[in-house]
Design a binder for this molecule. Sequence first.
Ligand code: FES
Ligand code: FES
Length: 170
Amino acid sequence: MDDTRTIRLSVNGEQRHCAIAPRQHLVDFLREELGLTGSHLGCEHGVCGACTVRLDGQVVRGCLVLAVQADGRSVETVEGLTEGGSVRDLQDAFVARNALQCGYCTSGMLMAAAELIAAQPDASRETVRAWMSGNYCRCTGYQAIVDAVCDVLARRKVAGSGALTQGADA
Ligand code: FES
Ligand code: FES
């Protein structure tokens, strides 16, 4: 018996139409069916944030959402976030501050940081620490990640560039 389900969704602005297993998680679907391997799997139960993607503009854990739940909706992955250049300064700050080592957590970190910068352009360092605490890193010790996000907040404030526009080029 064929127990696949057909879903139609937008992924990084591109319309997709796929037959999938009903119990497949969104992050597995993105990685295995669409080849979007920027989102990673760590804990697979909603704790580490490595699988972070946007669903209809909201950050979600891709390991806690079934792909069928994305039917008719819009998904953005780190590939979509970065390809337009809207978070180039954030990527550069991660490099400059040594905020990544193995890089396994980095896609989730970028998704979370972009969400914060868009939502709270005046965020304090304490707010950044609290916000990013939902994403785990095994390598950096977090200080450098917080430094990188704070650098971008400060630079954007000076430049008067305002908040990131979610899912679009700045
Ligand atoms: Fe989804 Fe860890 S793999 S939160
Ligand atoms: Fe290795 Fe974060 S850079 S887990």
